[in-house]
Every structure is written in C-alpha cells, then in structure tokens.
Write a protein that binds this ligand. Structure first.
Ligand SMILES: Nc1ncnc2c1ncn2[C@@H]1O[C@H](COP(=O)(O)OP(=O)(O)OP(=O)(O)O)[C@@H](O)[C@H]1O
Ligand SMILES: [Mg+2]
Length: 246
C-alpha cells in the first residue's frame, strides 16, 4: 500500500488492480481559482499576484517558497481571508470568502484560522501570556490562563510570561506569535516564515511542534518559508515567481 500523501489518497493494489481510496484527509479545505491581486501605485495598477489556482486538502502540509518580493505573504494573506483579491475566488472549507464582507470573513477566520505574521503583530501593551490568552478569552474559555501558560512553556518561554513584546528578542516574539496562532487549535495554520528568526535548535523544536499539531489534530499547515529543513518536512512545496505559481 502506498500513501499518496500529498493528496490524501490511498493507492491499494488488489489483484494487480490499482484502487484509489479517498482518505478522510482528501477533502479540499482551501481552494482558489484564478486568484489575482493588483494594487494602485503612482503610475497605475501593479499586479502582484495572478492566475493562482491552488487546492489544499484537509490535513495537508504545504510550503510556499520563492524569492523575496515574489508574492508569498500576499498569497498567504489572501488564503487566510485577511485581504481580498482583485480577481478570482477563494474558498475556505467550502465557503466562498469573496462573497462575504469583512465581518463574514472574520467569522470564518475565527472558526478556522490561526495566522503567524512575518512581522508577528503582537499586542505591544500585553504580556506574552496575555497575548496568547487573548484568542481564548475572546471565546470565553475559562481555562485560558492555564492553556496559554502550558503552550508558552512548550515553545520554551515559560520563564518570560510577563514580558511585553518590547522586552522579548525577535525569536522569542516569533514563538509568542506561534503560540497565539496555535492556542485555539485552528483547522488551518498559516505561518509566514515561522522559523525566520530562530537559531537552528529552536527552529527544530518549533518544526516538531508544528508537525505534532499536524499529526495529532490533523491541522492543515500552510507555511511560507526559506528554511529548507522546514520545506522538506512538508508533504509538498509550491513555488511562486513574480506573482505566479510555477
Ligand atoms: N500594498 C502594496 N502596495 C504596493 N506594492 C505592494 C503592496 N503589497 C505588496 N507589494 C509588493 O508586492 C510584491 C510581493 O510582496 P510580498 O510581501 O507578497 O512578497 P514576499 O514574497 O512575501 O517577500 P519576502 O520574502 O521578502 O517576505 C513586493 O514587490 C511588494 O513590494
Ligand atoms: Mg513575505
């Protein structure tokens, strides 16, 4: 039996006949069609993403790779419903984001998405612990403090709970941002360069944590990365060049 892991399909050979069994993970959780993004600049429209057709199945892990400025962060923001496209459609778990207004998209994000920004975007006035508790508190979770404390310990920050982002190193802030994105156990975790600021040992620990989540909770991982170790752990990589998948 050979597991075609990228599509969640199991190939079984019975009497030399190849039979495909769709596994539970084979349902698309992200689908885009002809996705494009243009922005207005002084001398007209600038196309930063075009004709992106991408289907990602539930439970998959996928790396988005490409040169600086190729459109990776733009694509990630669109897939997560943080930004709206100029063309095309995006479906998250079957729901067409392009048919929704900002409130509608926010509901879907709350239900499905964890996001780690390239620039972290932590709340500067809140401590590490409060930053990670926040998404749980917004859900009325009574265990917010304990869950957030445990997760911060897991990313090696049990001794920095009370520090505000200004008092944390870049790698520490990155780990707080990861813990904040993990803490609600989202169905899809988007992370923009999640190991970009970490030394190799801490990076490896974070990679382990990401893939534990992927295995234990069937979390779909969509990762933008320049880190070859991280990309090679993903089931597949897609490359983006000048705003197009190649
Ligand atoms: N709002 C905007 N207005 C004008 N140009 C933009 C805007 N947002 C992004 N761009 C441009 O679009 C291109 C893609 O940006 P994006 O941030 O997606 O790149 P990236 O692949 O994530 O790069 P990096 O690896 O450096 O993070 C860049 O050239 C950027 O300057
Ligand atoms: Mg980027």
């Amino acid at each position: 039996m050979d597991l075609a892991k990228s599509v969640g399909v199991i190939n079984v050979n019975i009497n030399s006949k190849k039979i495909l069994i769709m596994s539970k993970t084979s349902r698309p959780i992200i689908e885009t069609k002809s996705l494009g993004k243009k922005v207005s600049v002084a001398d007209g429209d600038l196309s930063i993403l075009s004709s992106v057709d991408l289907t990602i199945n539930k439970g998959e892990s996928i790396a988005i790779v490409g040169a600086s400025g190729s459109g990776k962060s733009t694509l990630l923001g669109l897939l997560a419903g943080l930004d709206s496209p100029s063309e095309g459609i995006i479906k998250l778990d079957g729901e067409d984001l392009t048919a929704l207004d900002e409130d509608g998209r926010a509901d879907i994000r709350n239900k499905l998405v964890g996001f780690v920004f390239q620039s972290f975007q932590l709340m500067q006035r809140l401590s590490a612990l409060e930053n990670v508790m926040l998404p749980l508190e917004l859900r009325g979770d009574q265990q917010a403090k304990k869950t957030a404390t445990d997760l911060l310990s897991r990313v090696g920050l049990g001794h920095r709970l009370g520090h505000t982002p200004m008092k944390l190193s870049g790698g520490e802030q990155q780990r707080v941002a990861l813990a904040r994105a993990f803490v609600t156990q989202p169905a899809i975790l988007f992370a923009d360069e999640p190991t970009g600021n970490l030394d190799s040992k801490t990076g490896e620990q974070i990679i382990e944590l990401l893939f534990e989540l992927n295995q234990e909770k069937n979390t779909t991982l969509v990762l933008v990365t320049h880190d070859k170790v991280l990309a090679s752990r993903c089931q597949r990589s897609v490359q983006i060049e000048a705003g197009q998948l190649v």
